[in-house]
Design a protein around this ligand. Structure first.
Ligand code: SAM
Length: 277
């Protein structure tokens, strides 16, 4: 059934959808983003045979909401853009400032909102380079990478990258060092992959099951949330860090609450935050 072709999104449906999205994953859809909803949900409407947005929203809101439907909708509404070594200054800070502090120790690192894996694998690559440059110092890292979207997590776990995602942010030297060829694509080498484990996790919910970390990357995701939610997440990220632990945010992000819980530091043209004592 091609139900969605002429289905219009009524103002009341848009308001109800805004509220569903914010409650389920924190994402705030401002005014005038109706096109985003209709363009991203058209296929879901069609595939599930809904003849109105109202019917879809009612199904999403129902107590017995079909979990795969909720996941499909959240997947469709999230923005998953990412690339290798995004904000290169952060990786310089890891190797120049943070790794040296952890020689002879095992670091616990969280890549929160990891999308298709480029961020946690880039961290693992930076650890591999650091270990190779300091053969006398024992250092290792366990990297936990989480995201709300099962689709991107499946891509991340597969670790196979094709087209633009195989080249954006990595040069030939890094490709040769950290990837194997797989048909016309590239696949993360086992030595880089084995440091990273992936889990589904909604940043608006509890992080208690993850334990404490030395470093958290939470980049380019807080921008989608309300000021209250940003504050709440920043506070809970601070709670998830060991004393003196480090936080990296997207380069344009300055959520409320940062100064309450973190000291801002700047090195190599990049900014990072250290948990206040
Ligand atoms: C723009 S990507 C950023 C990826 C990576 N951190 C980077 O900077 O390249 C944002 C990611 O946040 C995830 N996301 C959105 N809302 C989330 C939530 N409530 N909990 C966890 N992840 C979420 C999306 O699925 C998406 O993969």
């Amino acid at each position: 059934m091609m139900a969605s072709a002429n289905i219009s999104l009524q103002p009341a449906d848009y308001v109800a959808f805004q509220s569903f999205l914010e409650q389920s994953c924190g994402i705030v859809l401002g005014a005038g983003k109706e096109y985003l909803v209709t363009s991203r949900l058209a296929k879901i409407l069609r595939d599930n045979g809904f003849t109105s947005y109202q019917a879809l929203i009612q199904a999403l809101q129902s107590q017995h909401a079909h979990l795969p439907l909720r996941s499909q909708v959240i997947d469709a509404m999230t923005t998953n853009e990412t690339f290798w070594f995004r904000d290169i200054a952060h990786f310089k800070i890891l190797s120049e400032v943070i790794y040296p502090e952890f020689v002879n120790r095992r670091l616990k690192i969280w890549s929160a909102a990891c999308s298709s894996g480029q961020e946690p694998y880039s961290i693992s690559m930076s650890m591999a380079d650091y270990k190779a440059s300091k053969p006398s110092g024992l250092i290792e890292a366990d990297i936990i990478a989480t995201d709300i979207s099962q689709t991107v997590l499946d891509e991340a776990k597969a670790g196979v990258y094709c087209g633009l995602s195989a080249s954006r942010g990595v040069d030939h030297t890094s490709v040769a060092k950290f990837f194997d060829k797989k048909d016309s694509c590239i696949q993360i080498k086992p030595a880089i992959k084995q440091r990273v484990s992936f889990r589904e996790m909604n940043l608006t919910q509890s992080y208690a099951s993850l334990g404490k970390f030395d470093v958290i990357f939470c980049r380019n995701v807080l921008i989608y949330f309300s000021a209250e939610m940003k504050f709440d997440i920043v506070q809970r990220l601070a709670d998830s860090l060991n004393p003196g632990g480090f936080l990296f945010l997207g380069s344009t992000e300055a959520p409320p609450g940062l100064k309450d819980f973190f000291e801002m530091r700047s090195v190599s043209g990049g900014i990072y935050y250290q948990k206040r004592a």
